[in-house]
Design a protein around this ligand. Structure first.
Ligand SMILES: Nc1ncnc2c1ncn2[C@@H]1O[C@H](COP(=O)(O)OP(=O)(O)OP(=O)(O)O)[C@@H](O)[C@H]1O
Ligand SMILES: [Mg+2]
Length: 592
């Protein structure tokens, strides 16, 4: 079973613990079997002579029986200790494996590109990292042990039974093939149902998650009934699949239990017949009846085991799918290590396509160290994607993007990204304090830097007015902030990194003009001047830039300073006219 092999490969040093737990479990079962043999000795060596010869005094019977009873007691206690230790070791080992597995999956998620997240439902990914990993843990900790127990018991029982009577053993084993056929059949039927159920659970989780994240949209459009209906539909399907899986189990499990009980009955009947025929002693009959549960119990549990085993195989496959997902963007094996990145940026015939559609075509920009450039263009023209190339969220199809004259693909990914402070267009704040959110990219930064960055982003004033100031929790579970306030925190977060390259993607679109002016002034006055790339829709945001580029349909169609672009009377000029109120948008469309 390759799934088990794969999960065992995660054991690392915990394998010694897990293997010790298996050995202890084995010893536990062996000791239980030994106890049955001791009791059979009591029956044959002490009780049978006593019944046959009533002259033996009770004290003599006790003298003979006592050491055997003490031995049985010692074995019983030792077995319990082995069981106890085995439980502790297996819990520790399996928890460690699932801990490592979760970490590995999380790291994998961190390396994925936007395309990966677009093609994988978040509910599914969360499920794989949590529920499916737990199923793997259950397999390691319980199912694998139940299987080892069953095999060990079977081997011990067969050895003991064969050594006593082969006729009895063959009768006992007659039903084993039937149990195997039922178990295999059940496994085959139940596995695809479990696969469907896990998929369905992911869909259900996605609906819940979207509803939580988008609850304001749902309420604003009064779509609660629609969302409830959507949830009910997914929930109903999940319910049906779970019922289907249970139905399979309910159908096959009694069959297995019947086979198991028949084995018990066979032991009593065949054992008694052999004893009456004088072919076995009373003690041996005790062994047969006493140990037949060791055969019976695993078979009675076979239904559960097959169920859990198939559940594990499905979950393990899903976890592995995520673990093995290819990482398209990674550091080169031997990255260029730069002591210091200065911040010169070059786009050199950079071209990007998605599914054959051109997104950026032949982009050429030379952005000297410490300069500021502005990028404007219609929505969807490729402005954000341009920065995705620089940060390597996506790689060019042809051409290159360089930092300090070196292709970004040659840098260590972390070194590259640590040298780029970025305020993304869609602001995301973590459920944490304002201070931690600002210091997110540089957790060890002194608090003075956090305050200074907040001041430059014009966030300090409003943050200090929050109930707990910089310690106020914001983000999903925290204090609600306005769009402009969130943008300013995102800007402060980018500034706090004091990186040589600063990307501001529509960062001031939600702040008023006065605030924008203030922020621009602060950015200009910053001691260490970063190479700054500003995307904006407002002329006011970019007009002081050293060079402004106009991007249309993924191509640079104009470039120059504010003055030069106005003289060109192209796209920039028209936007300028509209924003000055000199011409209406409709008129501008006509002019274009
Ligand atoms: N991972 C992707 N897969 C497919 N298409 C993509 C991907 N990323 C971006 N695009 C497409 O590339 C084009 C440019 O997107 P981009 O986000 O760069 O536009 P933008 O100029 O920043 O727009 P806006 O002003 O609205 O922010 C869009 O048509 C978008 O659908
Ligand atoms: Mg954008």
């Amino acid at each position: 079973m390759h799934e088990a092999k794969w999960i065992f490969s995660f054991l690392g040093r915990s394998k010694y613990k897990l293997y010790s737990a298996y050995v202890m479990s084995l010893l536990f079962n062996a000791l239980l079997a030994a106890n049955t043999v001791i009791i059979s000795r009591i029956a044959d060596d002490v009780l049978t002579p006593m019944f046959e010869n009533h002259q033996i005094p009770t004290s003599e019977v006790m003298r003979q029986m006592l050491p055997l009873l003490i031995l049985a007691l010692v074995i019983g206690v030792t077995a319990a200790i082995f069981r106890f230790l085995s439980n502790i070791f297996r819990e520790q080992a399996s928890q460690k494996v699932t801990f490592d597995l979760r970490n590995a999956l999380y790291q994998k998620l961190g390396l994925q590109t936007r395309d990966f997240f677009l093609s994988n439902r978040s509910g599914d990914l969360i499920n794989k990292c949590s529920g499916d990993v737990d199923v793997c843990n259950h397999f390691l900790c319980w199912v694998s042990f139940a299987m080892v127990d069953a095999i060990v018991m079977l081997v011990i029982v067969l050895i003991v039974f064969f050594s006593v009577s082969w006729k009895f053993t063959l009768c006992e084993m007659a039903l084993a093939p039937l149990a195997c056929i039922i178990a295999l059949r059940m496994g085959k039927v139940v596995r695809p149902i479990f696969g469907d159920a896990r998929q369905q659970l992911s869909r259900l989780n996605t609906v819940v998650q979207e509803n939580i994240a988008g609850n304001r949209v749902v309420r604003a459009f009064a779509r609660e009934p629609f969302e409830i209906e959507k949830f009910h539909k997914e929930n109903d399907e999940y319910f049906e699949l779970q019922l289907k899986a249970n139905k399979t189990w309910v159908t096959y499990s009694p069959l297995l239990e019947t086979v198991a009980n028949t084995i018990n009955a066979t032991a009593v009947i065949v054992g008694s017949l052999l004893a009456i025929a004088g072919q076995i002693t009373v003690g041996q009959l005790v062994i047969f009846t006493g140990m037949s549960w060791m055969l019976n119990a695993p078979m009675a549990q076979l239904g559960f085991l097959i169920n859990d085993l198939q559940r594990f195989r499905v979950s393990c496959e899903r976890v592995r799918e995520l673990y093995d997902s290819s990482v398209e963007i990674k550091s080169p094996e031997k990255p260029v290590i730069m002591e210091e990145i200065k911040g010169e940026v070059d786009f050199d015939h950079a071209t990007l396509t998605f599914d054959g559609n051109p997104i950026l075509t032949d982009i050429n920009m030379h952005i000297p160290e410490g300069s500021t450039i502005g990028i404007m263009g219609p929505t969807g023209s490729g402005k954000s994607t341009l920065f995705n190339l620089l940060t390597r969220f996506v790689d060019v199809r042809s051409g290159s993007v360089k930092v300090d004259g070196i292709d970004v693909r040659l840098y260590d990914l972390n070194q590259l990204r640590r040298n780029i402070g970025i305020a993304l267009q869609d602001v995301f704040l973590f459920s944490d304090t304002v201070e931690s959110n600002i210091a997110y990219g540089c957790p060890d930064t002194p608090v003075e830097n956090v305050y200074a960055s907040a001041e430059d982003a014009d966030a300090d004033d409003f943050v200090r007015k929050l109930p707990d100031g910089y310690d106020t929790i914001v983000g999903e579970r925290g204090m609600g902030l306005s769009g402009g306030q969130k943008q300013r925190l995102a800007l402060a977060r980018a500034l706090a990194m004091n990186a040589p390259i600063l990307i501001l993607d529509d960062t001031t679109s939600a702040v008023d003009l006065e605030t924008e002016q203030y922020i621009q002034g602060r950015l200009r006055a910053r001691q260490k001047k970063a190479t700054t790339l500003i995307v904006a829709q407002r002329i006011s945001s970019v007009k002081n830039a050293d060079c402004i580029y106009i991007l249309e349909n993924g191509r640079i169609t104009e470039s120059g300073t504010h003055k030069e672009l106005l003289e060109k009377k192209g796209y920039y000029y028209h936007i300028y006219q509209i924003q000055q109120g000199n011409v209406s948008a409709a008129e501008s469309e006509v002019t274009k």
